[in-house]
Design a protein around this ligand. Structure first.
Ligand code: IVH
Length: 684
């Protein structure tokens, strides 16, 4: 492909992908599969890698992230970002309507919209291109989060149609519930504290430094307010409909209302229906539709007089706190749990609620025996939102967070900057040991289903397994006939676990099959903190075997795509511990997969053994470049994406990145042509 052809194809792909994004996010009518979409994006990305000079600021490739914001720049808003007056009372909505009608001297038209529960954002477009995205901040100044916002696919990077030359549009970035649940599940799997709700998760994600991670978080956005000096329409509703045609995601769920009855009908309808939405809303926003009316009504210092938010009361009940128990997770993190006097709330009986961490207990100032308010928001797990101080006993004592592990009595430790306390006795503390065993057999790890349902507990109690490699020493004779009755606890009924012939056969079969589980999942199963499924897959692909990974230094690890310092440190610390080395040896002896499939890694030679090689630039076709990379690996070398003092040499095609070249020259790293590189393999 010539340079001109590549440029034309990049332009074409950009337009095709933009159209599919629009079909998907704005029209809700995708016409191609996700797979086909990803293929188009991949093609664009690989062409742009070859011709970086053709990467535009609005290229859909920006959405996969890759850029890092070291510090979010504070910027002033052109127009302050105000908030809305809000109320929980229908009476106050009537007062609002009376006020509006009195000032205007006529009947206004209202627009009702959903009140999305996320983070407010202001987007600046100039000549149809997104130039800046700023958070609300204190209303006057916010943070520039443009790089992160560009990863949100429903936010157009380039507009279509007949849009104003310069304008600002505001909206709400939120995390859909399924993304939120997926994220929290992943966080728990890698031993990180979960987010309390989708709003916090959205806010936290927007302020991540690594935009690649933001891209993976599944954020979304609705726009609801447009500002420019010269608006082409005379009312808010028509403006939003036009904005939709320019490529913005505008909710379908808004209504023009001629009077208060229609406003209340909208409010009542969404009170019930909101639970079926895939995202959280916390109310309805009522806006006066016509701009001439909005102008007359104007603003107070804090909010527009032409709009008000009606907030839904989250269903909340008060109940007595019986006590706080403390759970120890597989990474040793301590989670306080409130045990409650059972109470009925939104269709289920609630007996427990997570308190997340010590800071939350402190900020709620909970005392023993307090009556607490329990709420179910969008989340499944109920939360404690406050304390009924009027019902506190005069002699009630504040809750003091435990100082020692409830299971093994080790003093707890807290890393500065982290919310959770940890029990550091990971080798002896029973729930940590059992947690690691449970994690090892779990579905996404070794998937030994036949060991589920209380069987780990029994094996642990009989002293048959302590570390994950012990599973591979189990035999029919050791297992047959084992039995134990567990008394009822607060949360589980009494039950008997017993190992009969069929059970034992299934267990052994499950363990046998797990020997075939591919290396990436085995690596994940080892339960290294911060190494979730995706990171494990990345590491496995890069290092190909556990030996290589064990040899990697901290500096090498952080050079791998998506591996940050925290992960690298955890890998080094965990893998090199003597007990872990012993487990790895035993797993290896048991025939568990500790390297990638042989056919993929089969070394043609050891020519590049121990060498770290960077391939950069244009080799005619993307395929050729891939072939060169494959040759590096097939001959025992390792690939790196950036140049460092550790780089052995660079294979450079045309148009190698200037910064790479400069760095290589600085560090005195050899730059080889394709021919010179091939000569190393065939030195004849
Ligand atoms: S209009 C000048 N419309 O609620 C008024 N705000 O409590 C601009 N919000 O700061 C706001 N959904 O972050 C508007 N449909 C909607 C909204 C909405 C959510 C947020 C917004 C605002 C906050 C006020």
């Amino acid at each position: 492909m010539t340079k001109e052809q590549a440029q034309a194809r990049i332009k074409e792909l950009t337009e095709i992908i933009e159209q599919h994004n629009y079909n998907y996010y704005v029209l809700n009518q995708p016409v191609i599969s996700d797979y086909e979409f990803d293929r188009l994006l991949e093609e664009l990305i690989s062409l742009e890698k070859l011709y970086p000079e053709f990467i535009s600021s609005y290229s859909p490739s920006q959405r996969v992230g890759g850029q890092v914001t070291n510090e979010f720049l504070a910027v002033s808003h052109r127009y302050p970002m105000l908030s809305l007056g809000n109320t929980y009372s229908e009476g106050e909505i009537k007062d609002f309507d009376n006020r509006v009608r009195k000032i205007l001297g006529e009947e206004p038209e209202y627009v009702c919209e959903l009140k999305y529960d996320g983070v407010a954002i202001s987007l600046l477009y100039e000549k149809g291109l997104l130039v800046r995205a700023v958070t609300r901040g204190d209303g006057t100044r916010g943070d520039d989060v443009t790089l992160n916002v560009k990863t949100i696919r429903s936010i157009p990077l380039r507009l279509r149609g007949n849009y104003p030359e310069v304008f600002e549009i505001r909206g709400e970035i939120y995390m859909p519930r399924f993304s939120f649940e997926r994220l929290n599940q992943e966080r728990e799997e890698i031993g990180e504290a979960p987010f309390a709700n989708p709003r916090n998760a959205a806010a936290g994600s927007l302020k991540l430094q690594d935009s690649t991670e933001v891209a993976r978080r599944g954020l979304d956005c609705f726009l609801y307010y447009l500002m420019t000096d010269s608006l082409p329409f005379d009312n808010h509703y028509d403006t939003l409909i036009a904005a939709r045609s320019w490529g913005f995601r505008i909710s379908d769920y808004m209504a023009r209302c001629r009077n208060l009855n229609e406003v209340f009908a909208f409010i009542h309808e969404w009170e019930k229906t909101r639970l079926e939405l895939p995202f959280d809303i916390d109310g309805v926003v009522i806006k006066v539709n016509h701009y001439k009316h909005q102008e007359i009504l104007g603003f107070t210092a804090k909010s527009p007089r032409w709009a008000i938010a009606y907030k839904y009361k989250p269903e909340s009940v008060s109940t007595r706190l019986l006590r706080i128990t403390y759970q120890v997770g597989r990474t040793g993190a301590i989670t306080p749990v409130a045990e409650l006097d059972p109470v009925f709330l939104s269709g289920t009986t609630v007996k427990r609620a997570s308190l997340h961490n010590a800071d939350i207990i402190k900020s709620l100032d909970i005392h023993e025996g307090d009556f607490v308010f329990v709420e179910k928001g969008g989340e499944i797990i109920p939360k404690i939102t406050g304390v009924d101080y009027t019902r506190r006993q005069p002699d009630a004592q504040p809750i003091v967070f435990i100082t020692h592990c409830p299971e093994c009595k080790t003093p707890l430790q807290r890393t500065p900057g982290e919310a959770a306390y940890y029990c550091t006795n990971d080798s002896q503390c029973p729930p940590q040991i059992k947690g690691r065993l449970e994690h090892f057999i779990s579905r996404k790890a070794m998937n030994i289903e036949s060991l589920g349902e209380g069987k780990i507990e029994l094996l642990y109690d009989y002293g048959l397994v302590r570390k994950v490699s012990d599973f591979y020493h189990l035999t029919f004779d050791k297992l047959i006939g084992l039995q134990k009755t567990y008394p009822a606890t607060d949360h589980t009924p009494a039950r008997t676990v017993s190992f009969r012939e069929k059970t034992v056969e299934n267990i052994l079969k499950g363990i046998e099959q797990s020997r075939q589980v591919p290396f990436p999942r085995v690596l994940y199963a080892l339960g290294i903190r911060y190494v979730g499924e995706t990171v494990a897959a990345k590491l496995a692909k890069h290092y190909l075997s556990i030996e290589n990974l064990l040899m990697a230094s901290f500096e090498e690890l952080v050079m791998v795509d998506e591996i940050g310092e925290k992960i690298a440190e955890s890998i080094i610390q965990t893998l090199h511990r003597p007990d872990m080395l012993e487990i790895i040896e035993e797993l290896k002896a048991a025939g568990v997969q500790l390297a990638m499939e042989p056919e993929k890694t089969q070394n043609l030679s050891h020519t590049f053994m121990g060498k770290l090689i960077v391939v950069s630039g244009d080799f005619g076709t993307p395929q050729r470049r891939k072939e060169i990379e494959e040759l590096v690996v097939a001959h025992g070398g390792k690939l790196a994406s950036s140049v460092s003092a550790k780089t052995s040499f660079i294979v450079a095609g045309d148009n190698m990145g200037p910064s790479k070249r400069e760095k290589a020259l600085q560090l005195g790293i050899p730059i080889l042509t394709e021919e010179q590189f091939l000569l190393l393999l065939n030195p004849s």
